[in-house]
Ligand binder design. Structure first.
Ligand SMILES: NC(=O)c1ccc[n+]([C@@H]2O[C@H](COP(=O)([O-])OP(=O)(O)OC[C@H]3O[C@@H](n4cnc5c(N)ncnc54)[C@H](O)[C@@H]3O)[C@@H](O)[C@H]2O)c1
Length: 334
């Protein structure tokens, strides 16, 4: 496991609490479990949106809920009073990891855009308003996305060179969230960092995401449906590497924006090949129409985050896919 730098700004003798929003989701629950395994105290916030089954989200938190160091606050950051956050945190030192969002590119068109602005923009602004006056805030980590870059031919995507031009309504709302974080840093000195995650995969991956759909189809003997001809590429990032990056980046608090990419850039067809190899069988692949908002390629430059924190991804695609396959095989037997 990646070894972590010390955290700045903590008051000696004052307890530390970690506030994870979106704690029941794919990445949020993985982060929560890691913090608890390290003996930390975690307050998880989630409102269990039904974008995918809330029962899957409850299952994600099943370990955490049995841990005395974990408190779950079921609240909607976009509408509910955030005074419950203050009551739970008390006067302890605090790190905020803001992962709650309406994820997914494809459903962000049409009337559901309102859901994206509510959960990605309004919720972020309300949390920032709360955080700017929270006593003892040491670090505010925002989960941004490679979707802010859009359909650029400039690869690798660099935080300091590529002009963000989102290609989907989802990307627009994630960029708006990132801008809000930056302006609260600039105006109020909020200690923050925004991390642009590149296609995260591994155990608990959301059911709408490609690998989850591919593996579920193959396990069920159904054809694997690929949007487009499968030549589009993604920089796939294993979830444990993402958690390492999040923990390392807490020490970077000057409003920086950093890519978190896995260094596993392959086409979707190549990824299906790796999967077939792992499963020892080749599923039928069916081409589906290209989806609006899907970009052609992604590839992260990780130079800045490496320089700022020493973090580097360490999980290769085969190993990471095997872990997701194991997890989904267990789920399909249960
Ligand atoms: N998974 C990826 O590949 C990826 C890539 C780039 C960025 N991200 C970002 O990482 C974060 C986590 O993504 P994920 O894949 O774990 O998604 P997820 O859908 O599994 O988790 C998000 C959680 O946020 C909760 N939530 C949504 N709106 C809320 C609100 N108003 N109040 C309280 N809770 C709310 C949902 O119920 C859900 O459990 C998101 O911010 C997403 O935009 C993810």
């Amino acid at each position: 496991m990646f070894s972590l730098p010390g955290l700045p700004g903590f008051r000696k003798g004052v307890l530390l609490v970690h506030l994870v929003t979106g704690a029941a989701g794919f990445i949020g629950s993985s982060l929560t479990d890691r913090l608890l395994a390290e003996g930390e105290r975690v307050i998880g916030v989630d409102c269990f949106r039904d974008y995918y089954s809330p029962s899957v989200k409850r299952a994600n938190l099943s370990g955490a809920l049995g841990n005395a160091s974990f408190t779950l606050l079921e609240l909607d950051l976009s509408t509910d009073s955030l005074s419950r956050l203050s009551d739970s945190v008390g006067r302890e030192d605090l790190v905020v990891y803001h992962l709650a969002a309406q994820a997914g590119v494809r459903r962000s068109w049409g009337e559901s855009f309102e859901v994206y602005t509510r959960d990605n923009v309004t919720a972020t602004q309300r949390l920032l308003e709360w955080a700017r006056s929270a006593e003892g805030l040491s670090s505010f980590v925002y989960a941004s996305s490679s979707s802010v870059y859009g359909n650029t031919a400039e690869l690798p995507m660099r935080e300091d060179a590529s002009v963000p031009r989102p290609f989907s309504p989802y990307g627009v709302t994630k960029l708006a969230g990132e801008s809000l974080v930056r302006l609260y840093s600039g105006n109020y000195g909020l200690p923050s960092v925004s991390l642009r995650f590149f296609t995260v995969y591994g155990p608990r991956q959301r059911p709408d995401m490609a690998f989850h759909r591919f593996i579920s189809a193959a396990l069920g003997g159904d054809p694997i449906e690929i949007y487009g001809n499968g030549s589009q590429t993604r920089d796939f990032t294993y979830v444990d590497d993402v958690i390492d990056a999040v923990l390392a980046a807490r020490a970077v608090t000057g409003g920086e924006v950093l890519n978190v990419g896995g260094g596993n850039r392959v086409s979707l067809s190549e990824a299906v090949g790796v999967l077939a190899d792992l499963m020892g069988s080749r599923a039928e692949v069916r081409q589906m129409p290209v989806q609006k908002g899907d970009v052609r390629d992604t590839l992260a430059s990780t130079e800045l985050i490496e320089r700022a924190t020493g973090w580097k991804p360490s999980t290769d695609l085969r190993k990471g896919l095997a872990a997701e396959l194991d997890w989904l095989s267990g789920a399909s037997e249960a």
